[in-house]
Design a protein around this ligand. Sequence first.
Ligand code: GN1
Ligand code: MG
Length: 364
Amino acid sequence: MKKLLSIVREFLPSLPDAQVRPLGNGLINTTYAVAVDGEPKYVLQSINTAIFPDVDGLQNNIQAVTSHLRDKLEKAGETDIDRKVLHFLPLGGENGNKTYYTDTEDGKVWRLMRFIPSSKTLSEVTPETARQAGKAFGRFQSDLADNTTQLVEIIPGFHDMEFRLRQLKDAVKADPQGRVEGVADILSEIDRYADTMTEADRLRREGKMPTRICHCDTKVNNMLYDAVTGDVLCVIDLDTVMPSMVFSDYGDFLRTAACSTPEDEPEVDKISFRNDIFEAFTQGYLSSANSFLTKEEKDWLPFAVALFPYMQAVRFLTDWINGDTYYKIAYPTHNLVRTKAQMRLFEKVMEQMPELKKYVASLC
Ligand code: GN1
Ligand code: MG
């Protein structure tokens, strides 16, 4: 890890010795914890530039969001700001203004942020932690509602279902690995719901559904909790913060948090949708978002609970057919296993849709 330490020193030229170790399990970037005297102090990350080629745009988005959130916290008299919003270090010491480093030897791009001490991510949530997460994501959206800095749509069409289905169609047509024949059943199941699942995209195109700044990757391990009290601290992984339909953040959190298993569960019969988590998260989310959402946006929340497993299945399946070029995989059939798990969750959600609608309506 000597090389990694020299990259850290591009940001912190006078850093003494430090230990660099792998951290987390993101599917896109590669992340390390940097410890000084055994204490984690920084997080070093190599940015996947195949997915985020516009690194300037990416870091500018993040800078705009973090400074906006920081201002809000300051104005609210928050005393623990450094644990409540991410802070990226400038290159070459405090006077620099660029927050990433390009290694001229291999072209890799790196960034460094402060480690948030005494924090943890949850692999499993309880109704109480889900309620808190809902409140925090609702607040994240409402805090950013008055941001005036223009953000770039860092991955165009990111949560656009019509676009994701077109990508799947292109993959099926090309079939570079000869994998299409083996997934005919899943493809026809996806096709069966394509019209229903693209309804919100049509509304957006007709101007009937607003776009707002969203996090766009609210899976459960992108929220930090206090290691001692268990309270929500901070929303992390801001790469995909961009304008989107507001239900993105609501639906995508429930995709991981209200699923009884990890998103890549191989035994699909173990997969169920947790109503207790759904109800608690919805209560929390609406407690901070109810006042700024339109009636239309609230009406579409239950739809998003089904949309996100469906969209994720389409994305994993596209990657499986393309030969695993997008997501990191841990074993050869990983993307196929993930696809099947997401489809099963989608079916479970669809079975409960009338109850989900009733519940959301009862809180609005
Ligand atoms: C990716 O950043 P990470 O690994 O948490 C992906 C998300 C998916 C998620 C599925 C930029 O998230 O959209 O929902 O995997 N991020 C990108 O686990 O594609
Ligand atoms: Mg991410």
